[in-house]
Design a protein around this ligand. Structure first.
Ligand SMILES: Cc1ncc(COP(=O)(O)O)c(C=O)c1O
Length: 451
């Protein structure tokens, strides 16, 4: 008997018994055998990176920047802390391009906690958590987070992106259905794709469209996972979570909310959608947030029922399994930020007050802030990508740092500059920025349909 067939039989037995899927394949069964592939004429474009068509996206954009005389705006180096202002290229700029909503990434208490963790545990635990990588700060963070969210348990992951991919990829399987808002973050999409589940997008915030999909398809799948965000990262709008909860209950589906841009920001105490809508936290099955926004570090978490967290912690590849533990300093910084978030809710209120002021002033000045409402993500919509690139370059020349969002990140006719507001922005920062936007928009040259 070969060891492979022994393992396969053991696996089949385990799967048959538990029906929970296989951690090693992210909940997926073996793929169906593929038909023999058609012959391909192999050429350098298949083994020389310089010939890959994907590279053209970069070289074309670079060419356009050079041609226009724009400074290349990606990987711009800054020095010092990121806050409402930042030093770039030797100049002090008003900064709207960091997600540091509560202005905690340079907070002395958060910095001290990270340094203390390095002194106590070094820079890495050198192992996965389930083997030899567990240190007290991970459990402390998870306990205090679950308590703050009003749920049973939580698990901390190494990266925000990876936590979404790992959790969705583990929970959804081939025999399941994933229904996602068309504007959810790429990490959710990739998780859904990896899961092998059947996937359908529903139109942005269109609960009727979601319900139509459920009415038609619910009966053909085992688990159904509905994916949305607390605040949408490109548009800054908040979906109707109470209605989504009502729908998911009626169709026996699971609801997952990505709170990357809502946790720490919206709601009277800044505790995200549960706080904002006054919900029972148990009505959201899977609470998720990235830690690179209000938590001022990197990583991600999943929170919810104890059973969910137990499965993810022990068996989800990329979250509990096959991955090293988070950095001690990241977890310690996240915990310190969480405590400040909990104890100083006025920070969140400051963010929302400044965001409301930005939106009001922008709209009064004739700028289009799209669907943004009640959040700290504010797009200023522009007719096309060329205008967005030109405006961002001129804003930079005038010491305001904002990043252009163009195709393929957003549709061609939905280019924008995106503004993240944090608790350190002042009315003066905002007034100066709006004045500049209005002046530049009026002066922008005609576009040639290139972006
Ligand atoms: C909505 C949303 N989810 C997930 C992520 C991934 O988080 P991270 O960048 O911290 O890995 C992001 C990142 O910007 C995001 O905007």
């Amino acid at each position: 008997m070969s060891s492979i067939s022994h393992i396969e039989r053991l696996r089949a037995k385990l799967l048959g018994k538990t029906g929970t899927g296989d951690a090693a394949t992210a909940g997926g069964d073996a793929p169906a055998p593929r038909a023999a592939a058609a012959k391909v004429a192999v050429g350098p474009e298949h083994y020389d990176f310089a010939r890959f068509p994907e590279l053209r996206e970069y070289t074309n954009t670079r060419w356009y920047y050079d041609k226009q005389g724009y400074e290349w705006n990606m990987f711009r180096e800054h020095v010092g802390l990121v806050s409402a202002e930042v030093e770039v290229a030797g100049r002090k700029m008003i900064n709207f391009s960091s997600y540091n909503y509560l202005n905690l990434s340079g907070d002395p208490r958060v910095q001290a906690a990270a340094k203390q963790a390095i002194d106590s545990y070094g820079t890495s635990t050198g192992s996965g958590r389930i083997i030899m990588g567990e240190i007290p700060v991970f459990g402390e963070f998870e306990r205090e987070l679950a308590e703050m969210l009003g749920v049973e348990d939580a698990v901390l992951g190494v990266s925000g992106y990876g936590t979404n991919v790992a959790a969705i990829g583990y929970i959804a399987r081939k025999q399941d259905l994933v229904l996602y808002d068309e504007l959810v973050h790429n990490s959710m999409l990739v998780g859904a794709k990896l899961s092998g589940a059947r996937r359908f997008a529903f139109a942005h915030n269109d609960c009727d469209a979601l319900e139509r999909l459920l009415a038609e398809h619910r009966g053909s799948y085992e688990r159904v996972l509905i994916l949305t965000e607390g605040v949408f990262s490109m548009d800054g709008d908040i979906p109707d979570i109470p209605r989504l909860i009502d729908i998911k209950k009626r169709y026996h589906a699971l609801l997952m909310v990505d709170e990357a841009h809502s946790m720490g920001v919206i709601g009277p105490r800044g505790r995200g959608v549960v706080d904002h809508f006054g919900l029972d936290p148990a009505d959201i099955d899977i609470h998720y947030a990235s830690m690179s926004k209000a938590f001022a570090t990197v990583g991600g978490y999943i929170a919810g029922r104890r059973e969910l967290i137990t499965m993810l912690k022990h068996y989800a590849p990329g979250l509990g399994l096959y991955i090293a533990s988070p950095m001690p300093a990241n977890a310690a910084a996240g915990l310190a930020a969480l405590r400040i978030m909990r104890d100083e809710p006025e920070r969140a209120r400051r963010v929302i007050d400044s965001s409301n002021y930005f939106r009001e002033q922008a709209r009064a000045a004739g700028l289009d802030t799209g669907f943004s409402e009640g959040s700290a993500v504010i797009p200023v919509m522009l007719p096309d990508g060329e205008k967005a690139l030109w405006m961002a370059a001129r804003m930079f020349d005038n010491n305001v740092f904002t990043f252009p969002m163009i195709f393929p990140v957003v549709p061609r006719d939905a280019a924008r500059l995106r503004f993240f507001i944090n608790s350190a922005h002042t009315r003066e920062h905002i007034d100066r920025t709006i004045r500049l936007l209005v002046e530049l928009k009026a002066a922008a040259p005609a576009s040639r349909g290139l972006f």
